[in-house]
Unconditional design. Structure first.
Length: 139
């Protein structure tokens, strides 16, 4: 699988009677078997306030590489895809439970995430051989 892009953003109200401004969208675009796909993860923005509870990150942006900031929103869809490779066949995922959201971040090897973003910044792609490389294995 070739990862092409990881980014996230805050949704804004398009109409006064909608609740879009309570949500964030994170996307990961990847190519598999010659087909380009994008997974959109929509989640409650409030969960960003708890990133320190289920990740080692203490603030946002979570990392800075070559003057490029990577925010928490940028990694959410990627982490979901790494944790559940079955999501490759989905276009959208909606998470409104803090418990479900936190479960995606359990056992992720956060030390390896920067190499994905470094490759995306330099080569505009990252070859993911196995999602298991990013999951901590029990000792």
């Amino acid at each position: 699988m070739l990862i092409k892009e990881c980014k996230g953003f805050e949704l804004e109200k398009e109409q006064s009677n909608t609740s879009e401004d309570f949500f964030n969208r994170s996307i990961v675009t990847f190519s598999e078997d010659g087909e380009e796909k994008t997974l959109h993860v929509l989640y409650v923005r409030y969960f960003d306030e708890f990133l320190h509870e289920f990740t080692p990150y203490k603030q946002d942006p979570i990392m800075v590489q070559d003057n490029n900031e990577v925010s928490f929103k940028d990694i959410v869809a990627l982490v979901c895809l790494l944790k559940n490779p079955g999501l490759r066949s989905r276009k959208r995922l909606y998470i409104n439970s803090k418990q479900e959201f936190a479960s995606y971040f359990q056992d992720i090897n956060y030390n390896k995430l920067p190499e994905i973003f470094l490759s995306l910044n330099q080569k505009k792609e990252y070859e993911l051989r196995s999602p298991l490389e990013f999951i901590m294995q029990p000792k």
